[in-house]
Design a protein around this ligand. Structure first.
Ligand code: NAD
Ligand code: FE2
Length: 388
């Protein structure tokens, strides 16, 4: 795993990382898209209620850009919301789409930009590389420091009742991402914690991915983990600390760049059914299975985990195996310190649910193939049992 294969690396071409940048959204848009006239802001009621979207919206109007706001995004967005949002973009005649919120809003914005820009049905887009046609210009402004969706070519949709499916296509890379910590100061500590751990998982899984590990993603994942592990507790304990918040946003974005090119694996595969069936937020679902998947993988990824331990648990001593254990201890400790749930029982899951979870996890073949250790259904069930 230490020799790199040939690789390709893609990311979003323009990134503004500046506290306060959203206040001048109108100017930023005018610079990059001189001709746009009608912007659709895509967000959810929770973020809309913070009032933090008002000043950026006013700056668009001041720059001569009309604005409509779609604020009906739901967490873990169901397919019907994506279709409804795309309809409203078409009816309005939007010529630019701005995702403004957490991963849910940004993922919906990506699909709106494709659906409103062409006539391919959503049902034919799921999977890797199935998006055709053009999209509308797309800008992403994260308000959680977690998913990295502002720089990923991925959109996650809840299809049917409970299944989470991904649309993965280079066409989903935005034209511009804006990272502004002042938008995240009101994020409650538990959401800060869970989304921050999601970002850490992106970095860890990118670093140990089976097929596409590459030098750029490795570098990004290490720096992401450094920023995230040093700032998560501060951001949870003092939400108004702008420096820690900006560091978290940057860390989450770097992790997003890493895993866009070195994809995530079993932690996410096992987290998705927890989110899909029990409506546990994405970051928390990941946090609940993280130490148990790391333990399962440790024998196959000890050298990489040891390298990450040097970042997350500096001072860890001994063999690769011993330092891997230090990494696992450190992530468990972090989850306890930030006060999120640490067992499946605490989110309402019982022994009787484990078979269904294991069955659903095995459907996530897109992710499971990336895991450093092959994982069978019995392994998935055992990991859920350990997490119970
Ligand atoms: N596209 C990708 O690459 C990618 C990667 C990982 C996860 N995801 C997806 O992203 C979604 C999860 O995104 P998320 O974890 O960012 O959560 P989210 O977007 O679902 O938001 C979670 C909650 O936080 C609130 N919120 C957001 N920003 C806030 C702020 N600044 N202040 C106060 N409240 C705020 C929202 O209103 C919502 O209630 C899932 O659907 C997941 O599958 C996508
Ligand atoms: Fe994630």
């Amino acid at each position: 795993m230490n020799t790199y294969n040939t690789f390709t690396f893609s990311t979003v071409p323009n990134i503004v990382c500046e506290t306060g940048a959203a206040q001048k959204l109108g100017t930023l848009l005018r610079q990059q898209f001189p001709d746009v006239k009608k912007a659709l802001l895509v967000t959810d009621r929770g973020f809309l209620g913070t009032g933090l979207i008002d000043a950026p919206r006013a700056s668009l109007t001041a720059a001569g850009i009309q604005v409509q706001t779609y604020s009906d995004v739901l967490a873990d967005p169901p397919e019907h919301i994506v279709l409804q949002a795309a309809d409203s973009a078409r009816q309005y005649g939007a010529d630019i789409v701005i995702g403004f919120g957490g991963g849910s809003s940004m993922d919906v914005a990506k699909l709106i930009s494709i659906l409103a820009g062409g006539d391919q049905p959503l049902s034919s887009m799921y999977g890797i590389g199935n998006v055709q046609g053009q999209r509308l210009p797309l800008v992403q402004i994260p308000t959680t420091a977690g998913t990295g969706s502002e720089v990923t070519p991925i959109s996650i949709v809840t299809t049917g009742e409970t299944t989470k499916m991904g649309v993965v296509s280079p066409k989903l890379y935005a034209d511009l991402a804006i990272l502004d910590a002042s938008l995240t100061v009101g994020l409650p500590p538990k959401v800060t914690a869970a989304t921050g751990i999601d970002a850490m998982v992106h970095a860890i899984e990118a670093y140990t991915t089976r097929h596409k590990k590459n030098a750029l993603s490795d570098m990004l994942a290490r720096e992401a983990l450094r920023l995230l592990s040093r700032n998560l507790v501060v951001a949870c304990e003092d939400g108004s600390n702008l420096e820690a918040r900006q560091a978290m946003l940057l860390g989450a974005m770097l992790a997003g760049q890493a895993f866009s090119n070195a994809p995530v694996a079993a932690v996410h595969a096992l987290a998705y059914p927890i989110g899909g069936i029990f409506h546990v937020p994405h970051g928390l679902s990941n946090a609940l299975v993280l130490p148990h998947v790391l333990r399962f993988n440790a024998g196959h990824a000890a050298a990489s985990y040891a390298e990450l331990a040097d970042i997350v648990a500096p001072g860890a001593q001994g063999s690769d195996e011993a330092r891997s254990q230090s990494l696992i201890n450190a992530v468990e400790e972090l989850a306890k310190r930030v006060g999120i749930e640490t067992t499946l029982r605490e989110v309402g899951i019982t022994e009787a649910d484990l078979d269904r979870l294991a069955d659903d996890a095995m459907l996530q073949t897109r992710l499971l193939v990336n895991n450093p250790r092959e994982l069978q259904r019995a392994d998935a069930r055992a990991i859920y049992a350990a997490a119970l």
